[in-house]
Every structure is written in structure tokens, then in C-alpha cells.
Ligand binder design. Sequence first.
Ligand code: MN3
Length: 212
Amino acid sequence: MIYRLPTLAYKYDALEPYIDAKTMELHHSRHHAGYIDNLNLLLKDLDRLAGKNLEEILADIAMLPEDIRQGVRNNAGGHLCHSLFWHILGPPRNTEPSEPFLAAIESAFGGFARFKEMFEDQATHRFGSGWAWLCLDSKGQLETLSTPNQDWPMMLGYRPVLGLDLWEHAYYLKYQDRRADYIAAWWNVVDWQSVSSLYTHLAEATVGAKHR
Ligand code: MN3
């Protein structure tokens, strides 16, 4: 299987002024593309992985030859994390969370504002490079968490519905050392329709798995 860079559903300048066009271009066409090139190189001789998806490979990383394990963890993770990141972003247009998603947020966190505080808390306290996440746990409950590097939350048993890239390459051109400003600005380009749809899809899959 050859992995390819997903096409964005919007232009590089579509997230201005919150995320600048140059950052988007470098982030997508160089950083994300780089993870995919590395991943294809790492997996090119492993025919026995045919038919397994990346999540299955990451969930059972010990089956890989030891010398490529960390590389696959970083680059497959990088590909999955960024694919989700592009998907849940969009031009600033005040989208709203769906009713079922909002109800789940309220039940898990006691309100939307409280959820945002907890998510930002995860983001602010991530030391060095990594991600902040809103995820479903194995019981279908929403939780905020953070992972280092490019670690995909499924490696810990969580299904992400929202992710924030905290690597310096995601914000440094515009925000330099003002990571908190980037985090605050980023909410303006979250597409809550995409996040809500993903939540509904994953919540149904979780419930389905429990009844199987
Ligand atoms: Mn990145």
C-alpha cells in the first residue's frame, strides 16, 4: 500500500488570519508530505502488512521489525494526526456543534466552556512537541488528553474527534513563542460540523462494538 498526501478541502490561505497561508503550505506540503514519504520507505518491503490499516499496525507495533518500530510510530502517527487535523479545520465561519455532540460534551465536562478550558489546559501543559486531543474512550465517554511527538491516541485506546497540533512548525512563523495565542486563535478555525459528524460516527461505532 502506498500512502498519499490528502488534498485539503480549502486553500492554504483559507484559515487566515488565525493560521497563515505560509504556515499551512509548509505544514501540509512539506511536513505532512515528509511523514508520508518516510512511511512509504519504511514499509516498502513489508508485504505481510498488506490489508492492514495504519491503525491496526500502530495498535500492534511489536509485530514490526524492531529497527523500524519507532520510525513507523512517528511517521504513521504523523500521517494520521495530520489527516485528522486538516479534516476538522475550515475557514472561520462560526459553525456550531450538533445537538448530540453538545449534549455529550455537557455530560462529560459540565458545559462547553469548561470543555474548552480543559482542552486548553492539556494543550498548555504539553511540554515540547505533541498534540492535545478530545477523544472517545472505549466506553464512548469523551475525554481530553495529550500525547507527545506524533503519537496517535488509538495507541492508548482512544478515538480522537478533535486534535490540536502543538509542534512549533504549526505556529512559529506567525506566533513565535506565543503558543497560548495560537491555541486561543485556533478555536476560530475549528469546523464544528466536521467534528460533530466524526463524533456521531465514532460514537455509533463504539456502541455497535459493545453490542456485538
Ligand atoms: Mn504538524
